[in-house]
Design a protein around this ligand. Structure first.
Ligand code: ADP
Length: 821
């Protein structure tokens, strides 16, 4: 059998398998040749088939045959001919004759090359021997076979490219063959060494971690011996126990158990150990089933509780009682979420906590003010560095029951930006259909929120996204009148503040008249938070005075003096004496038994000024600010409830432009433009240009400013106020200082209704304003305003801008006056 190319081989049996590989390599181009271009190599190996075997039939029906060949010698092709599908060739052997061999063996170059080859081959064999322990037979070959043949045998056993095999076949000269073979053997040797080095390195690392493991085991044993077994494994056992008793649903249990198994396999120093640990701790801590036992709801007791915690708020309390009654009849009712809307300090939070108390549930407040990232609600995925659960899950972990009353505070202050929309996450939370399987990204397993009672609070309704608002029932708390504040202070705030400071009415008395002064002069707010703060300041000052007072004496008869002989001795020795600290709020009675003063401290005006400083507000403010023409008093609505807003206008030489300052929004800027247009359109009516030397149409710039420049303002309700200030400016007549106004104005001078009337009227009342001009169509809103406030105010209704001006100026609308002339 003749092959044109292929692995070189001779009569070595244990090389036959290699030969078979080699021949299969050479067959490939052969078959190719039959199909397309015939490309014959001009050298080949003559071989004798030794064995033919049939392989397993493949599913495609192909069968492979394996032929074992014995290589005989190299040959070169003299002539090639085709007979049918077979090719035949005339060849001549390239084998050396005996004489040629003998001559070659004398060649010093050949001798050197053979030595070099043998040395490299021996080295390879010893390396292989070390690795596989199979070098025995190959070593025998080295001594018995001519070196040039050995070169062929060695190279045939390497995995080299087809081109390299051909080039080896072409190396007919023994010297060339030897040098090529030496190079190949050396290359093989190098690659084995590199591979070995890598393996050694890996093995080295492995043994290092094994060493660590062993040391750790030893350390554990030592610790156990010392009885100091508070170590990681015990920790994990404790964690597992905690997880078992957490009452997780089956799917969560499976998930967490998988994570625990992973954790157990980790070393505490390994990255990811801690985060996995913290995660499992959270899963184990979450109240999957733990609920506070609901007490039988007693509506009368609930009403009593609401009354005892809060003064007034009759309608709000009524709505809460209705809500509780429905819950009593149908505990799993999917009623709307209550949302208390009102300025700060009106009792939204404390009402929610009263609901929790009435239901006997735990209370948790989640602050959403300034939350812009959806991850604050839903958590970060655990792949993030520093990831943590969202505020809801975190809150539930803290409260440790699955059925608390959860207050979502300031839902109107969430905003959306590139980091997602927290409001949409809140939608899922509040939707009874979806919150059964609330998905926190950090938790990565669903948590059932359906047992939580949600209550929300907001300062304003308008910024709450409509879909969210749709899920809530809004209960408005507009703010308190001074009388209500007085009652709240006398009945609730003063007793609470005194108690918090370890005082009682035996030490300090704050008369009603003084509370009124605090309300009038030091607070001008819709709620009572600042009032409470000021009262607390008075209580602190009183506490200092009482403690400092000379006549403080321990008086109680049966009581031991504060210093005992033993204590005095110790103090004299200079020994350290341990003392207990008494929380003052709890032990006010104990303290009051210890300190007795001759007479209680009665707060008077001097003390007010000393403690709270000079009065911050007085009723003359409006009168002073409106004294010059161009200023009018408006009523606006802010997150803090109603407010009085002054509008100032002035004119100077210019090009007829309008300048606006005071952080104004687009709507209010447009209102100013409308106001100026309206006034300019009536210059002749106003008769101001000729009379006072003003030309409203040319040569004058108008500047309008809204003081409190740091506070952003917007909305259409300043329309009438703007016109009034401009008319006042151009007629040089001052606006009445006891009159405030609100209303949107159209370009044609119609006055349109506005929102927040109740809050605005309350604000005017707080400021000591006596008259309020309102759009006529806001008449219906007056029903909500407490009668005590209305009794002190004159409400003036306006349909057109002229009506507003009529009421705003002493002596009526300025231009009617003129037109009468
Ligand atoms: P909000 O949540 O509306 O900002 P809070 O609920 O925190 O206000 O109330 C502030 C303080 O005022 C609390 O101490 C609260 O008890 C008290 N408070 C508010 N309204 C009343 C009221 N009607 N009766 C008694 N205390 C009140």
């Amino acid at each position: 059998m003749v092959f044109c190319c292929g692995g070189a081989g001779t009569d070595i049996l244990n090389q036959s398998s290699k030969l078979q590989d080699g021949s299969s390599d050479s067959i490939k181009p052969d078959t190719k040749r039959q199909n397309d271009i015939v490309h014959w190599h001009n050298r080949g190996v003559a071989a004798r088939p030794l064995h033919l075997s049939r392989g397993v039939e493949k599913p495609s029906g192909r069968v492979t045959y394996t032929v074992v060949l014995e290589g005989l010698c190299r040959f070169s092709v003299l002539e090639l001919s085709t007979r049918g599908i077979y090719h035949t060739a005339k060849i001549s052997s390239l084998e050396m004759t005996k004489i040629e061999m003998e001559q070659l063996e004398q060649d010093p170059d050949y001798i050197m090359l053979s030595r070099q080859f043998k040395a490299t081959a021996t080295e390879l064999i010893s390396v292989l021997e070390l690795k596989q322990k199979t070098g025995g037979r190959t070593k025998v070959l080295l001594d018995n076979i001519p070196v040039h043949k050995l070169a062929d045998i060695f190279v045939a056993s390497f995995e080299i490219s087809f081109e390299e095999q051909l080039s080896m076949l072409d190396s007919v000269g023994p010297k060339l063959r030897l040098s090529k073979a030496t190079e190949l053997v050396d290359r093989h040797l190098q690659s084995i060494r590199v591979a070995e080095k890598i393996t050694q390195k890996v093995e080295g690392q492995l043994s290092k971690s094994q060493k660590e493991f062993l040391l750790r085991q030893q350390m554990r044993a030592i610790k156990e011996e010392l009885g100091d077994n508070e170590d990681d494994e015990d920790d994990l056992v404790a964690l597992e126990r905690k997880m078992q008793s957490a009452g997780m649903p089956p799917n969560v249990w499976k998930h967490s158990h998988r994570e625990l198994r992973r954790l157990k396999k980790m070393q505490p120093q390994q990255p990811g150990y801690n985060s996995s640990r913290v995660y499992l701790d959270l899963l184990a801590d979450l109240p999957w089933q733990k609920a506070s036992e609901e007490i039988e709801l007693d509506l009368r007791a609930a009403q009593k509780r609401l009354d005892s915690d809060h003064y007034g708020l009759v309608k709000v309390k009524q709505r809460i009682i209705e809500y509780l009654a429905v819950r009593k009849l149908k505990p799993d009712a999917r009623g709307p979420v209550l949302c208390f809307v009102g300025p700060p300090g009106v009792g939204k939070t404390s009402l929610a906590s009263s609901i929790a108390a009435a239901l006997g549930r735990k209370f948790i407040r989640i602050s959403l003010g300034g939350v812009k990232d959806e991850a604050d609600i839903r958590g970060h995925r655990r792949t993030y560095v520093g990831s943590m659960p969202g505020r809801l899950i975190d809150g539930l972990k803290r409260v440790a029951v699955c059925n608390p009353v959860m207050l979502l505070d300031e839902v109107d202050k969430t905003g959306s930006d590139v980091r997602g929309d927290p409001a949409s996450a809140l939608l899922e939370v509040l939707d009874p259909e979806q919150n059964k399987t609330f998905n926190d990204h950090y938790l990565n397993v669903p948590f059932d929120l359906s047992k939580v009672i949600f209550v929300a609070t907001a300062n304003r309704m308008q910024p709450i996204p409509p879909p969210l608002l749709d899920r809530m029932e809004v209960i408005e708390l507009p703010g308190y009148t001074p009388e209500e504040k007085l009652q709240i202070a006398m009945q609730h705030l003063i007793p609470r503040v005194l108690d918090q400071h370890g005082l009682s009415s035996e030490f300090i008395q704050i008369p009603e008249a003084m509370v009124k002064l605090v309300i009038q002069r030091y607070t001008r707010e819709a709620g009572v938070r600042n009032l409470e703060r000021n009262l607390a300041a008075l209580a602190r000052a009183a506490a200092v005075r009482i403690v400092e007072q000379e006549q403080v004496v321990p008086l109680t008869k049966g009581m031991q003096g504060l210093s005992t002989p033993l204590l005095e001795n110790r103090l004299a020795d200079g020994t350290e004496v341990e003392m207990d600290v008494m929380p003052m709020s709890v032990n006010s009675r104990v303290i009051s038994n210890t300190f007795r003063i001759a007479s209680p401290l009665v707060v008077d005006e001097t003390m007010l000024e000393k403690v709270l400083g000079p009065p911050r507000f007085d009723d003359s403010e409006a009168a002073e600010r409106v004294a010059s023409p161009g200023v009018s008093v408006g009523l606006v609505w802010t997150a803090f409830g109603g407010e009085v807003q002054f509008v100032e206008a002035t004119a100077m030489v210019g090009k007829g432009e309008l300048h606006l300052t005071g952080q104004l929004g687009d709507v209010i800027k447009e209102s100013a433009q409308i106001a100026l247009t309206w006034v300019r359109a009536r210059t002749t009516d106003l008769k101001v240009d000729a009379a006072k030397g003003f030309n409203l149409l040319e040569g004058r710039d108008v500047h309008i400013h809204f003081p409190a420049g740091a506070v952003p303002k917007d909305g259409p309700s300043a329309g009438v106020t703007l016109v009034t200030s401009l008319v006042s400016l151009f007629t040089q007549k001052s606006v009445r200082s006891d009159t405030a106004m609100t209303g949107e104005m159209t370009l044609r001078g119609l006055v349109l209704p506005v929102g927040g009337v109740k809050d605005k009227i309350l604000a005017a009342h707080r400021y000591g304003i006596k008259r309020v001009i309102l759009p006529e169509r806001n008449l219906k809103d007056l029903a909500e305003v407490p009668a005590s406030v209305l009794a002190n105010l004159e409400i003036l209704l306006a349909k057109r801008m002229e009506d507003v001006l009529e009421h705003a100026f002493d002596g009526g609308c300025p231009w009617r006056q003129h037109s009468k002339l």
